[in-house]
Design a protein around this ligand. Structure first.
Ligand code: LMR
Length: 395
């Protein structure tokens, strides 16, 4: 059966980490995957997570199935975290399923759309997360792109984006990053969100919001401004979220797919169809990560601790953005990289050439995604000099 298979190309992000592990350069730096690292280069388990895990060990009474929706408490807590005290919640128009990570949420969203309208088109930003296209195509959707990042001027191509969104047929879906745009770090401001929300309502396409980095930009509420506004403006939408980054639960694989319906009856129907999509995919989501998150969000003390730890991560990345740009200047780089301090979340594009990316990897053991995306979260006070001197050399 498998004799015709060819080896697939390496994953643009995960493939890089495999190469990185095999590299014997003692100074090597992995700027590839979006994983938070502290200044010592570790990705520690958050203290609030450890505390919640201890609590669960003592108090969990059963490992019986939870059903395809996953934990009801987690689903409620995560919808409130994203939407805040939102009318859609009070009007009973939100239905959520726990999913295996944010990727699981995207796949469920894709399959829900495909089940509603087989082969429907979903529009994603150009550029977008390297896995978005693959996930949606695997779900049966046709994927197209709308302009988003202006590579030349290192800013948002808002005009291009709005012009493209205007033309999108009402029966299509449009994926929009809520915050900390992956890979560009370039977010919509509040005024731009207002324009996008108004236009989305006028045009009538189905908005799918991907919120994988809530709390990594400017704060939990500010980062959710766009998704909350969209939920207020539109009758229906889909939200895909992840707890990988903000709770540091990467390998526990916990995220959520929420739908908002026009009213409680339509939410019931869409939610029920979403559950059938889950059932034929993985039947039921893993429960451990959900249990940790719901334990934290149910405790004032653990929530306060989580806010502190999340802020520490956010602030460190912000500090590294500034330090990186300062050190580039200090090490003789004349090209202006100050745009990096204006961007949010883990990522920015360096905007350097493929040959320079290759040299960074081959000569200096510095691993950058082929698009020139770097994870600022991997920069530390003890590697920033080596990194910026190396960049100065390849430039
Ligand atoms: C990333 O963009 O680096 C992360 O979301 C990890 C992944 O799965 O690609």
């Amino acid at each position: 059966m498998f004799s015709q298979l060819q080896h697939p190309p390496a994953d643009p992000i995960l493939g890089l980490s495999i190469k990185f592990k095999a590299d014997s350069n003692p100074n090597k730096i992995d700027l590839g995957p979006g994983i938070y690292k502290d200044d010592a280069g570790n990705t520690p388990v958050l203290a609030c997570v450890k505390a919640a895990e201890s609590y669960r060990v003592e108090n969990e009474m059963s490992k019986a199935y939870l059903g395809s929706t996953g934990s009801v408490l987690f689903n409620e807590k995560i919808a409130s975290l994203i939407l805040g005290d939102h009318p859609a919640i009070h009007e009973n128009r939100v239905r959520t399923v726990s999913t295996p990570g944010g990727t699981g949420a995207l796949r469920i969203a894709g399959e829900l759309i495909n089940k509603t309208k087989p082969g429907a088109t979903i529009w994603v930003s150009n550029p977008t997360w390297a896995n978005h296209q693959g996930v949606f195509k695997a779900a049966g959707l046709n994927v197209k792109t709308y302009p988003y990042y202006d590579y030349e001027n290192k800013c948002l191509d808002f005009e291009g984006m709005m012009a493209a969104l205007k033309q999108i047929p009402a029966e299509d879906a449009v994926l929009i990053h809520a915050c900390c745009h992956n890979p560009s770090g370039m977010d919509l401001n509040e005024e731009q969100w207002r324009e996008v929300a108004t236009l989305s309502k006028e045009v009538g396409y189905t908005a799918v919001i991907d919120i994988a980095y809530q709390g990594f930009g400017k704060g939990l509420d500010v980062d959710a401004f766009g998704v909350r506004l969209m939920a207020q403006t539109l009758d229906q939408m889909i939200i895909c979220s992840s707890c990988s980054k903000n709770f540091g639960l990467y390998r526990d694989r916990i995220g959520a797919c929420s739908i908002i319906g026009k009213n409680a009856v339509s939410a019931d129907i869409i939610g029920a169809v979403m559950v059938t999509v889950v059932r034929v995919n993985y039947s039921m989501p893993p429960a451990h990560g959900a249990a940790i998150v719901e334990t934290i969000l149910s405790s004032d003390e653990l929530t306060a601790q989580w806010h502190i730890e999340l802020k520490e991560m956010r602030d460190r990345i912000g500090d590294m953005r500034q330090l990186f740009v300062d050190k580039l200047v200090e090490n003789g780089v004349s090209r202006d990289f100050s745009f990096i301090t204006q961007q949010n979340g883990m990522f920015s594009f360096l905007g350097i050439e493929p040959a320079q990316i290759e040299r960074l990897q081959d000569e200096f053991g510095i691993y950058v995604v082929g698009s020139s995306r770097i994870s600022l979260a991997a920069i530390a006070t003890n590697n920033v000099d080596y990194l910026t001197k190396s960049i100065a050399k390849v430039l």
